[in-house]
Each structure stands twice: as C-alpha cells, then as structure tokens.
Design a protein around this ligand. Sequence first.
Ligand SMILES: Nc1ncnc2c1ncn2[C@@H]1O[C@H](COP(=O)(O)OP(=O)(O)OP(=O)(O)O)[C@@H](O)[C@H]1O
Ligand SMILES: [Mg+2]
Length: 209
Amino acid sequence: MTLIIGLTGGIGCGKSSVSQFFGELGMTVIDTDVIAHSLTQSEGRGIPAIRECFGDHFITSTGMLDRNKMRELVFNDDKARSILERILHPLILAEVNLLLKQTDSPYVILVVPLLFETEDYQQIVDRILVVDCDEQQQLARVMARSHLSEQQVRAIIATQTPRINRLQHADDIIVNNQDIDYLRMQVLHLHHEYMLLAQNHSNPSHEYN
Ligand SMILES: Nc1ncnc2c1ncn2[C@@H]1O[C@H](COP(=O)(O)OP(=O)(O)OP(=O)(O)O)[C@@H](O)[C@H]1O
Ligand SMILES: [Mg+2]
C-alpha cells in the first residue's frame, strides 16, 4: 500500500497551492473537495439523494447542486449539514479508496480540509501535513479571493478546528507566511523526505521474503 500523506489546514492557508506543487512533481493528489464538487455537478452521483432530502430548489436548472444556497443552509443549520455529510461522505470515501487502489505514485497527497473532524480519514493516512499561516494572512487571502467580509471569514474560521489543535497533531508543518516561491521550496524539501519515507514504507526492514 502506498504511503498516504493527509494534507489539511484552515481555510485559505494554502492547501490547494501546496497540492498543486506536489502534483507538478508528478505525485498523485486526491482532493476530497474536488471529489465532492464532481459528485454534485449535473448528473453527479450525489444529486439524486440531495434532491430527495432537500428538494428541487437546491438543484439548479442544469441539474447541479446550488452551492451558494446549500452553503447558506448548512452554515446555519447543523441538522441539514449532517444530512448533507451523510449523503456525500460515503460517496467521497468510496471514490478516495478507488483512486488509492489505482495509483502507482510513490506516495499520495490526500487533501482533506476537515481531516481532524473525520475519523475515517485519520485512519487512512500514514502522516499528517498541516499547511499553516498566521491569521492576518489567512483573512487577507480569503477576503481577496472571495469578497467575503472580515467578519464572515472569521465566522468560518470559528467553525473549523482551532489552529493550535491542528499544529499539535501535525507530523509535518508548512508555514505559508511568505511568497509562493518559498512555499514551492518547502514542498520540494518535503517531497525529498517523502520519497525516502516511501521507500521504507514499501520495503519495511522487518519484512523478509
Ligand atoms: N504564499 C502565498 N503568497 C500569496 N498568495 C498565496 C500564498 N499561498 C496561497 N496564496 C493565495 O491565497 C489563496 C488561498 O490559497 P489556497 O487556495 O491554496 O488555500 P486553500 O487552503 O486551498 O483554501 P480553501 O480552504 O479555500 O480551499 C489563493 O488565492 C492563493 O493563490
Ligand atoms: Mg483549496
């Protein structure tokens, strides 16, 4: 079984940027957000159950999930959030397992924004990589990208695992407080480490044959 690195971090800390760099190095990246997105495109496998549980008005005329509407609903309604999770989580997990079986990458980057909220993924990953940045940068980057207000971004951050908890449970940490080139360099450094770990992972010294 390939070495699986769980990549997580708070909103806007740089998960997608980091995973893109690992991808450019030729490693398989499996992103649970990307999978969730594809399951809720038109004809996506999550659509029938969402339509059944939430009604037609959460599905657009082209047959995809109305993301803005759903985001608003689940942000204010824990029950709705857990129903949505119960629909999507097993589908995402099945897809992750399928992709893991298919890859021959030396190691895999598995991007799970809510890694610490989801038991299943904590069991799958061999190692946890946290992308961190200070809160001012996090706020600025998310606001620049999404046009949310500072208050709205702070509200989202407040729903996520506290930064300190993430850092305490990390095996590796990328501090993304500088420019993109520095981020890329940190990824390259970790890539070399992971290639070594991957060798030991596939040939553990206690196995003789
Ligand atoms: N070191 C950096 N310098 C400048 N901008 C950055 C840096 N790292 C990331 N960004 C920008 O900040 C934004 C957030 O980064 P990214 O999308 O990689 O984070 P994320 O953790 O995937 O966010 P999300 O939680 O929303 O998925 C993006 O617009 C990205 O281009
Ligand atoms: Mg992202």
